[in-house]
Design a protein around this ligand. Structure first.
Ligand SMILES: C[S@@+](CC[C@H](N)C(=O)[O-])C[C@H]1O[C@@H](n2cnc3c(N)ncnc32)[C@H](O)[C@@H]1O
Length: 169
């Protein structure tokens, strides 16, 4: 039977495609995933990554907890606002955020927090969709304007979604 779940799964496979593994395999060391949602990325990280993840919604964290357990993946989960991360400055090697900057109230504040918690030389991995309302400031543009330096950037699906690997100088 076709349900919204199966439609969502097809859309995810078609549009997000290989972007989750493309991003996650670039994670190294102490890694923070921001706005983890239902944990769709957790199984794509290299096994030696020390993974932490936050979301503002405890229901999402419950789903991620179950998904990580099923995948045999250790992940330290916390409930937090991406605009006020409860971590020290320069305490992560990698920060990941997928399809979530579209959901937050203040994208610039969240990107500033990502930069704050990344060590110099640390890596930001971003996946988001581009929207008409953001014509002048898409998430990747905002990150680069905020001082990140692009390592790899690719638009897919006629520019509908965009992925970025960047470094904090
Ligand atoms: C569209 S989902 C994306 C989830 C996941 N990153 C993915 O790729 O499937 C957006 C997520 O952002 C979370 N979120 C929204 N605002 C947030 C905030 N200020 N701080 C932390 N998480 C937030 C929501 O609870 C939701 O889980």
């Amino acid at each position: 039977m076709i349900t919204m779940d199966t439609v969502g799964l097809w859309a995810e496979r078609l549009i997000v495609g290989n972007s989750r593994p493309w991003l996650c395999r670039r994670a190294t060391g102490r890694t923070l995933e921001i706005a983890v949602g239902t944990g769709r990325n957790v199984s794509f990280y290299p096994p030696d990554v020390e993974l932490m993840a936050i979301d503002v919604d405890p229901g999402m964290l419950d789903v991620t907890r179950r998904r990580a357990a099923a995948a045999g993946r250790r992940v330290a989960l916390g409930q937090a606002d991406a605009a006020a991360l409860p971590y020290a400055d320069e305490s992560f090697d990698t920060v990941v955020c997928t399809l979530a900057l579209c959901s937050v109230y203040d994208r610039a504040a969240v990107l500033a927090e990502m930069r704050r918690v990344l060590r110099p030389g640390g890596r930001l991995l971003l996946l988001d969709h581009r929207e008409h309302r953001w014509r002048q400031a898409h998430p990747a543009d905002l990150a680069l304007r905020g001082g990140f330096v692009a390592e790899g950037r690719r638009r897919l699906w006629f520019g509908l979604i965009e992925r970025l690997a960047a470094r904090r100088p």
